[in-house]
Design a protein around this ligand. Structure first.
Ligand code: GLN
Length: 484
């Protein structure tokens, strides 16, 4: 087994038995990066010097008998999560030289467990997008076919995991940005319940929807990272003060009698046949191991994309007001203060970010607030109630993660609506604030990964992880690697 293909659980075991040292593992990852990064372009920043130093230190700690959950494990972090002393750009010109003076809660927790930061991964600027093409620093490629997108906006994290350029990664998900790239790159991505993982230090896109979560090679690693990053944080006022179960301990438990809702709105006329059959075969497989499929309906699904784009853009327009050339990063010259503001924002933001700011400002303006923002908030409640209702009778819901496998680079860049529709199956979950995981469930005839989404009740990550693990253990999809 190549070291760069190890999972967290396998690497942890090898390190604790003394079979591999943190330095060997970190060197293997950087060798892999040297070999494939040129093609993939997963990273915005690499932290090699610091990683090599830290690996040595971890090696010494281990010899001293200091035990930590992630001692010497190399991880990649999406570049909208603040890392103290390490440039955090959001793949935007406006933050190109921003070095945070503080650490996000999630990376602080990973640090306390001894992880090693390999680098910061590429994303759609400010996490706005579904393909990682909206980055000011160039597009990331899908390791399964480098003429295709890796999905977005956490495309850098997903492709880094799939290509072995890190052991695992963190992403953020506002409308699908963890699950969608995970599906298109053939890895596992989990969007936790809103409020279960601290957003402190996550650069805000749409604060009522954003959540950080793991992107990993398998379900066990997802549980391992979730154990570390979740839990109450006084630095985030939306963080839920509830205790965190041990997510790893539920893996392997029986799923007999679990009721799986299959929503008719997610299996529609004209959808990709290979995606549909892969997901339906996965449901059959789960039935074979004891689950019970039930047909359900989520009647407001049709409104989810419109609702999301009004709410997410409104919140974004307000959150991004802080980038004015005074407080952070880039500043353009101007003849007076107003001119400086305008030039800074005109040069600092890319096209998609500007589109969102305009959409959001419009939806929030006095004359249109009730018609757009107010209406969207009402519909959001209806969507949330759809889920509450079906969760009275089923334990989980299964859907495809994406309507198609990875599309070609450039295919949708000129058509924002088409791009927005690539998140049609993931967006409702953020609107409802519930957790969902995407796991590999097949490959297309062109050898492109297909993902299945498992959605759970609020704060019930345990059930989705348990079912995801049971399915994963009965298949070999997650073991396939791209040929790079
Ligand atoms: N693609 C969606 C958007 O562009 C979701 C992005 C995300 O989850 N960060 O807003």
């Amino acid at each position: 087994m190549k070291l760069y293909n190890l999972t967290i659980s396998k690497a942890r075991e090898a390190i604790s038995k003394g079979e591999v040292s943190p330095s060997e593992l970190v060197n293997a990852i950087f060798k892999r990066i040297e070999d494939v990064e040129e093609k993939i372009k997963a990273y915005v920043t690499l932290t090699k010097v610091r990683a090599i130093e830290e690996a040595k230190q971890r090696g010494i700690d281990i010899k001293k008998g200091i035990k930590k959950e992630l001692a010497g494990i190399p991880l990649a972090i999406k570049d909208n999560i603040c890392t103290e002393g390490v440039r955090t750009t959001c793949s935007s010109r406006i933050l190109e030289n921003f070095i945070p003076p503080y650490e996000s809660t999630v990376t602080r927790r990973l640090k306390e467990e001894g992880y090693i930061l390999i680098g910061k991964t590429n994303l759609d600027e400010f996490a706005m997008g579904s393909s990682t093409e909206n980055s000011a620093f160039g597009a990331t490629k899908n390791p399964w076919d480098i003429s295709r997108i890796p999905g977005g906006s956490s495309g850098g994290s997903a492709s880094a995991v799939a290509s072995g350029e890190c052991i695992a990664a963190l992403g953020s998900d506002t409308g699908g940005s963890i699950r969608q790239p995970a599906a298109l790159c053939g890895v596992v991505g989990l969007k936790p319940t809103y409020g279960s993982v601290s957003r402190y230090g996550l650069v805000a896109f749409a604060s009522s929807l954003d959540q950080i979560g793991p992107i990993t090679k398998d379900v066990r690693d997802s549980a391992i990272l979730l154990n570390i990053i979740s839990g109450h944080d006084p630095l985030d006022s939306t963080s839920a003060p509830i205790s965190v179960p041990d997510f790893e301990s539920v893996l392997g438990k029986d799923i007999k009698g679990i009721k799986i809702g299959i929503p008719k709105e997610y299996f529609i006329e004209g959808m990709d046949k290979e995606v549909e059959s892969s997901v339906m075969n996965a449901v059959k497989r789960l039935e074979d191991i004891g689950a019970i499929p039930v047909n359900i309906t989520l009647p407001h699904t049709d409104y989810a994309v419109a609702t999301y784009y009004i709410l997410a853009s409104s919140e974004a327009s307000s959150n991004l007001a802080r980038y004015d050339g005074v407080k952070y990063g880039f500043r353009a010259e101007g003849k007076d203060l107003m001119d400086m503001y305008m030039k800074t924002r005109a040069k600092g933001f890319g096209t998609e970010v500007k589109r969102r700011i305009m959409l959001g400002t419009y939806a929030l303006s006095a004359g249109y607030y009730e018609a757009y923002y107010g209406k969207a908030q009402h519909v959001r409640t209806l969507i949330k109630r759809d889920f509450e209702k079906v969760f009275e009778t089923v334990d989980i819901i299964i859907t495809p993660t994406t309507p198609t496998p990875a599309f070609k680079i450039g295919e949708k860049v000129d058509d924002p609506l088409q791009m927005y529709l690539s998140d049609i199956f993931t967006i409702s979950v953020n609107l409802a604030g519930i957790p969902a995981i995407s796991i590999p469930c097949g490959f297309s005839s062109q050898n492109l990964p297909i993902g299945m989404q498992i959605i759970g009740r609020h704060f019930n990550e345990e059930t989705i992880l348990k079912v995801a693990y049971a399915y994963e253990q009965s298949t070999e999809w997650h073991l396939r690697k791209p040929d790079l």
